[in-house]
Design a protein around this ligand. Structure first.
Ligand code: HEC
Length: 112
């Protein structure tokens, strides 16, 4: 019996390979500071008190455009010591690493 060609197998193999390569690429691509900060924002539950585009708490101000009003230096200082800006605020100081704080500031800065 003559072996038949199976083009659909080739297509399948190429597709599987492409999907695998795409997956590897996604893993290899480093997270940007902004993406990292967005993750920290959600991990630290900032949205319990703060809304973004109408989603989240209303204990603190909506942060949808905070990046237009504050620069990164202000944000970094504020995050670790909110009482230095608002002496009686109930916002807890951010207690993560300096890298996380910087990423958070970059993310907030991107909101405008
Ligand atoms: C318990 C509630 C609460 C939590 C949790 C909280 N905040 Fe706040 N935040 C506030 C309040 C309230 C203010 C406004 C300051 C004031 O008037 O007391 C504020 C102010 C801010 C401001 C300054 C806005 C401005 O331009 O003046 C930023 C930025 C901010 N918060 C970011 C964050 C981030 C990021 C997190 C998570 C790491 C967070 N907050 C967690 C309550 C909270």
């Amino acid at each position: 019996m003559k072996p038949t060609r199976r083009p659909h197998r080739t297509i399948l193999a190429v597709t599987v390979l492409a999907v695998l390569l795409a997956g590897t690429w996604a893993f290899a691509a480093p997270e940007s500071a902004v993406q990292n900060g967005q993750r920290v924002f959600s991990e630290r539950k900032c949205a319990v008190c703060h809304a973004l585009h109408g989603q989240g708490g209303n204990v603190g101000p909506d942060l949808s455009t905070v990046g237009a009003a504050r620069d990164e230096a202000w944000l970094k200082k504020f995050l670790v010591d909110p009482q230095s800006v608002y002496p009686n605020t109930i916002m807890p100081p951010f207690r993560g690493t300096a890298e996380e704080r910087d990423a958070l500031a970059a993310y907030l800065r991107s909101l405008n």
